[in-house]
Design a binder for this molecule. Structure first.
Ligand code: PGA
Length: 253
């Protein structure tokens, strides 16, 4: 089963309209593998979504970085899934570790968000990961299983879901995750999906890797069997993001 490579660019809380124009101009001019080979999804902050969508090349798509857990209404400061679909924003990132850790989003809350966003027709990049404490305790897989189970309990159709594995311990400590370590965790997560959801979901769901991906490490990471792409933070704001997109050719070669 071949899974199409997926590259997400998560800008987090960064950017000015001048920087947005510069980044998008650079992406629009880049020669990259075709849409048959790689899905490229750019995720600017909410306020820049309409601008990015209006100027971005048509073979790249946009994602919001979050959305509200249910239908909109009296939820000050939130943006609903309905608003995203109304603006033809096709993707949303949910459960990023920064929201889990800094804003206290629980596994169940993230699971509810994923289910609601899918019900509104959005495609979802759901992030799962392990903290330093969990890694040191040897509970990487159980932590990720709990996060994935909260999604599996609420979702039956996984066709529009991409899972991003983000080793929080590596981001917070500056340690580097080796491609072999990434592959090991991705494979274990796929096995969990096979055993707890079904074999079809396990073989078709893209599991992408997200932590300090850059121009230097992307090709080796991309060569690993269960690494189906990347969720790129810092490097997605830089010119090297184009090189990371090109790493998709490692899989299609
Ligand atoms: P990073 O961020 O690439 O800057 O490590 C990845 C992420 O948190 O999505």
């Amino acid at each position: 089963m071949s899974r199409k490579f997926f590259i997400g660019g998560n800008w987090k809380c960064n950017g000015t309209k001048e920087e947005v124009n510069k980044i998008i101009c650079n992406l629009n001019e880049a020669e990259v593998p075709s849409e048959d080979i790689v899905d490229v999804v750019i995720s600017p902050p909410f306020v820049f979504l309409p601008l990015v969508k209006s100027i971005l090349r048509p073979d790249f798509h946009v994602a919001a970085q979050n959305c509200w857990v249910r239908k909109g209404g009296a939820y000050t400061g939130e943006v609903s899934a309905e608003m995203l679909t109304n603006l033809d924003i096709p993707w949303v990132i949910l459960g990023h570790f920064e929201r889990r850790a800094l804003l206290g989003e629980s596994n169940e809350f993230v699971g509810d968000k994923v289910a609601y966003a899918l019900s509104q027709g959005l495609n979802v990049i759901v992030c799962v990961g392990d903290t330093l404490e969990q890694r040191l305790a040897g509970s990487t897989l159980s932590a990720m299983a709990a996060q994935t189970k909260a999604v599996a309990d609420r979702v039956t159709n996984w066709a529009n879901v991409v899972i991003a594995y983000e080793p929080v311990w590596a981001i917070t400590t500056g340690q580097v995750v080796s491609p072999a370590q990434a592959q090991k965790v991705h494979k274990a997560l796929r096995t969990w999906l096979a055993e707890n959801v079904n074999a079809d979901v396990a073989s078709t769901t893209r599991i992408i890797y997200g932590c300090s991906v850059n121009r230097a490490n992307c090709k080796e990471l991309a060569s690993k069997a269960d690494v189906d792409g990347f969720l790129v933070g810092g490097a997605s704001l830089k010119a090297e993001f184009v090189d990371i997109i090109k790493s998709a050719t490692v899989k299609s070669a």
